[in-house]
Design a protein around this ligand. Structure first.
Ligand SMILES: Cc1cc2nc3c(=O)[nH]c(=O)nc-3n(C[C@H](O)[C@H](O)[C@H](O)COP(=O)(O)OP(=O)(O)OC[C@H]3O[C@@H](n4cnc5c(N)ncnc54)[C@H](O)[C@@H]3O)c2cc1C
Length: 437
């Protein structure tokens, strides 16, 4: 890389956000550099992960069909667990066979492919390059300093570094006496982890009741995380399972549990163990997920810079969405820079168009809607501890045939539920997850 090279945009990080931004701009003929610290895009990246093809199609068109996707998701299972029971909501949508909207993916494969699309579109993709600092001059970000000793200059720097907790560029860059993002609190991030486990494709299909090539998700709440705010998952890939989960970092700190404790606890659950029998762990990965909600979103545009994806705290853990918010925000950032270039105006005011695009889209609508969801769980641990047990007891009563009249059973169940305040909690939950504006 030549010193003092000036691009229209330098993008930091070849995750879903950065690559989406780079493709969008490169397709419009802008000079774009996409910098990635990993030896290859994706090599350091972690996701459960379910990817939503709609957003991919918006960026690469029909080429999305060539992406290295694992299995289309035909069935979604949500399980509430107690130590000895599972209460499930299983939804098998056979129309997903002809119109899938989500696929399991392995990020090491997917991100590498996605970055290739950026390269094909004309972006300069530079792996093995750590961006060590944003270069600020006269209160404006004018480029980046890399671990290779090069400085790269650009009209706009698009920061897509992921959550970047502690060592991140946003937290360590100061303009007008303020960091670009404040330090995150431990209850604003989830510590997430997963194992990739080898399993024969035929066995995957048999155990998860899938047709050949089709996939299923299993997400487990309650006892699965030892009662912490979060969930565990199993996602079916072609010949592996992604098994993992996450919970608020603050709760790991309070309980002194490790991800390994939670993982082993989950894998040993009597309903999970048979699903994993004979599967061999080939990789262990861990990462952080932003869960600060709408209120946790930092300033996403400023003089000479835009912030997308996890770096901007855009994630919706309730619906296990993050990659799509990353791609959509990356695309919006790309469009904003294209527009700025057309106008010959890269001022902060012009770059504010990016915030406007987010505000008028489903991205901010969803961020606002679920703003209170994580705190609701955090402040009501009984939702993942006591209530599943009460529900388990109520269902045991309902299904058990034991000489008690159904009227007596009904009374017993109502008494149990009322005693624990579950009606009020149920209403509060509906308000927080469904009805809240
Ligand atoms: C365990 C787990 C499960 C998840 N499951 C799902 C799921 O099922 N569905 C879903 O939609 N989302 C899921 N997510 C969330 C999703 O992974 C993120 O929302 C998404 O990856 C955010 O994309 P991003 O591009 O903003 O950041 P990232 O994917 O974190 O990408 C950031 C990129 O920047 C690079 N980088 C960082 N710092 C630098 C630097 N200084 N210099 C150069 N490069 C740098 C990194 O190497 C990386 O490539 C999950 C996350 C985790 C951890």
């Amino acid at each position: 890389m030549a010193d003092e090279e000036k691009f229209d945009a330098v993008v930091v990080g070849a995750g879903p956000a950065g690559t989406a931004a780079a493709i969008t701009m490169a397709k419009a003929g802008l000079q774009v550099a996409l910098l990635e610290r990993g030896p290859k895009p994706g090599s350091k990246n972690v996701m459960g992960g379910i990817l939503y093809n709609h957003y991919l199609e918006e960026i690469v068109g029909d080429d999305w069909k060539q992406a290295p996707l694992e299995r289309p998701i035909i069935e979604e299972r949500r399980w509430v667990m107690t130590p000895s029971a599972v209460i499930g909501l299983d939804y098998k949508n056979l129309r997903n066979r002809s119109h899938p909207h989500s696929y399991s993916v392995l990020r090491a494969r997917f991100d590498a492919w996605f970055a290739e699309q950026a390269e094909k579109a004309g972006a300069m993709v530079v792996p093995e390059t750590v961006v060590e600092r944003l270069i600020v001059k006269n209160g404006r970000v004018i480029g980046v300093g890399t671990g290779r000793g090069d400085d790269l200059y650009a009209e706009v720097t698009v920061v897509c570094e992921g959550i970047g907790l502690g060592t991140g560029l946003l937290e360590n860059t100061v303009i007008d006496g303020r960091p670009l993002r404040r330090k995150l609190r431990p209850n604003e991030v989830a510590l997430a982890f997963k194992e990739i486990m080898d399993l024969d494709p035929g066995l995957i299909e048999e155990r998860f009741n899938c047709e050949s090539g089709e996939g299923c998700t299993v997400e487990c709440f309650g006892d699965s995380t030892m009662g912490m705010s979060g969930f565990m998952f199993i996602y079916t890939n072609h010949d592996t399972l992604s098994v993992g989960g996450g919970a608020l970092l603050s709760e790991f700190n309070q309980t002194l549990r490790s991800p390994n404790d939670v993982m082993e606890h989950f894998k040993k659950h009597p309903a999970i163990k048979p699903l994993l029998r004979g599967a061999e762990t080939v990789e262990f990965l861990a990462h952080l997920i932003p869960e600060g909600g709408y209120r946790g979103i930092p300033k996403v545009h400023g003089p000479g810079y835009l912030v997308c994806g996890d770096a901007a705290m855009l994630s919706n853990p309730v619906h296990r969405e993050g990659s799509n918010l990353a791609m959509e925000s990356g695309r919006f950032a790309g469009e904003t820079v294209i527009h700025a270039k057309e106008m010959g105006d890269f001022s902060e005011r012009r770059l504010a168009e990016y915030r406007g695009k987010l505000d008028h889209s489903w991205v901010m609508a969803d961020m606002k809607k679920y703003d209170k969801a994580v705190p609701l769980l955090e402040h009501n641990p009984q939702m993942l501890t006591k209530y599943p047990v009460v529900l388990d007891q109520a269902l045991d009563e309902f299904f058990r045939v034991d000489g008690t009249s159904k009227w007596d059973k009904q009374k017993k169940i109502l008494k149990m539920v009322r005693k624990e305040g579950m009606f009020k909690m149920g209403w509060d939950t509906v308000k927080a997850l469904w009805a809240m504006k």
